[in-house]
Design a binder for this molecule. Structure first.
Ligand SMILES: [Zn+2]
Length: 238
């Protein structure tokens, strides 16, 4: 019998290898910050404290300008300016296997989110990857952000409700209309569960650009009767 899925042992081995590689090379070579290329002493994080501290928060005016005027997403809160430093962190998180960047970024985001953004019963839902992309990457970068936020807030992360059922193409070179088309029917809701009892959902993603991804996910959740769906992203372009 043949199977088209990757054997579990191979997946675990690859994940362990990715995680161990940075630690292994750090024994041989001094760690260098991905952003400023200064030497980093200690820790398993490939970005130095100065660079973390130098991330620029988006101004209230810019955040205000990003608010959805219609659609299913109630509000959006992007935390940092999508500049070269943030781009380097997100690239390292998504494409170089630096999972620790996601948790650290999630923790840091939490320090700048207004206290009234969350309710006591808010549920965090990371924007899911399609299973094919998840298999390639070995993890979901938005889940790591959500884990960092959950660590700081004590909120619950749910990854059993929202699913990505369409393996969408990368949106980098698409305009707003093309992004919406690309995301059409991209998400589905798990059939099990009483979702109407969820009164407050916060979707977590890495970057907010046109809102096509997070808006489409919000629409899928609102269709189940959820009252409030808000979005929280690490960054947005100015
Ligand atoms: Zn640095």
């Amino acid at each position: 019998m043949t199977t088209d899925c990757e054997p579990m042992g191979k997946k675990i081995l690859r994940s362990v290898f990715k995680q161990s590689w940075y630690g292994f090379t750090a024994l041989l070579f001094p760690r260098i910050c991905l952003i400023c290329e200064r030497r980093i002493d200690g820790g398993d994080n490939p970005v130095c404290p100065q660079c973390w501290n130098g991330l620029r928060r988006l101004s209230p005016e810019i955040i205000h300008s990003k608010q959805p005027e219609n659609g299913s997403l109630d509000t959006i809160y992007p935390v940092f300016e999508f500049n070269d430093a943030v781009q380097t962190i997100i690239h390292g998180l998504k494409y170089s296997g630096f999972k620790s960047l996601g948790i650290k970024l999630g923790r840091l985001m939490t320090s700048f989110i207004p206290a009234d953004f969350f309710c006591a019963d808010t549920v965090l839902i990371p924007i899911p990857l399609h299973p094919i992309k998840f298999r390639e990457r070995g993890y979901n970068q938005s889940s790591l952000l959500a884990r960092g936020i959950a660590e700081k807030t004590g909120l619950v992360v749910r990854e059993d409700i929202l699913h990505r059922v369409k393996n969408t193409v990368t949106q980098t070179h698409l305009d707003a209309q093309e992004r919406l088309l690309n995301m059409e029917r991209a998400f589905a809701i798990s059939r099990r569960g009483d979702y109407a009892s969820l009164s407050s959902i916060v979707l977590v993603d890495d970057v907010f650009t046109t809102g096509a991804t997070i808006g489409t996910a919000a629409a899928a959740l609102k269709a189940t009767g959820v009252a409030a769906v808000r979005g929280l992203t690490a960054a947005a372009p100015m």
